[in-house]
Design a protein around this ligand. Sequence first.
Ligand SMILES: NC(=O)c1ccc[n+]([C@@H]2O[C@H](COP(=O)([O-])OP(=O)(O)OC[C@H]3O[C@@H](n4cnc5c(N)ncnc54)[C@H](OP(=O)(O)O)[C@@H]3O)[C@@H](O)[C@H]2O)c1
Length: 302
Amino acid sequence: MATGNYKAVIIGAGKIAWSLASAFQKAGIEIISVISRHESSAKTLAAKFKIKHYSDNLKNLPAGANLYLFTVPDNKIKPAADKISNLKANYKDIIFIHFSGVESIQALESLSEKGGITGSMHIMQTFPSKEIIPVKKCNAAVEINNPRCKKIFFDIARSLNLKPFSITQKEKTMYHLTGVLASNFLAGNFYAAEYLSGKNITAGKLLSGIALKALENVKNKGAVNALSGPVERGDYNTVKKHIDALNELKNEKELKGNIRLSYIAQSLVLLNVAKTKYGKLSAGHIKIRKLLKSELKKAASR
Ligand SMILES: NC(=O)c1ccc[n+]([C@@H]2O[C@H](COP(=O)([O-])OP(=O)(O)OC[C@H]3O[C@@H](n4cnc5c(N)ncnc54)[C@H](OP(=O)(O)O)[C@@H]3O)[C@@H](O)[C@H]2O)c1
């Protein structure tokens, strides 16, 4: 179907919905309604994108919609889908998409049973707020239960300028985890860095230098060749100094303990990277591993 023939409803006016509303409209897809838990959220999104209809009640779905976009939290997808499927309406050949990276399309089963065409489309991008983030050229993992429907979902994804690829239910959690490591953990590490520096070093300052270069190296040379630093060099003394400093942090609070644990666990992963890089661990690496494992034991017993 040509994008101009779609009439879409957004369900859940949260962070990703703002970016998706922008992307769908740019693709020439008309959004005819926004439904959200709070009418105020639906109203604000509707006003921004000049969408005429909005509501806080799924029973108020307007007639004529043929594309439903579920942008509610993962655990609300199934309840929302079940509610819609219980309405007295004909869902034959109507398209339903959710955007979760972990939740499978079984969450939309009740709609599939009523003749709906169901799928999920997880965009590998971060949407930390309602600021509109372009999705152009982002990868999108598409899960469908009927191979005959693949073209429909891939065409929709391509109309948004996404790069779609197929994913199975089994593969989803691991795939989603990769995004968590690359994006969410990055934010967590910066938070820890800012905290340890007493806010003297901001994420912005770090990002403008070392982090962006590291990312560029990962992109151009791969993760293994991008690794540098004391663990990579097998520099036991520096790692010991780091651990001593983390152990000496006064006012032992939960965050400090978590940062220490995170340093130990991430350093152990870096040793795995170093082994891949050099084929084997050096004497320095092995000494570091012994120290990290002993600190891990101590941390676990605290
Ligand atoms: N954020 C990301 O980086 C990202 C990336 C990829 C995929 N996703 C996926 O996108 C989906 C939404 O994530 P998000 O980050 O946008 O979440 P979010 O900001 O929490 O937004 C979810 C919205 O759903 C609404 N809502 C909650 N329960 C509802 C219900 N029962 N009926 C109708 N609306 C309801 C809430 O509305 P009110 O404001 O009205 O209370 C909220 O604004 C999730 O499936 C997530 O896995 C998110």
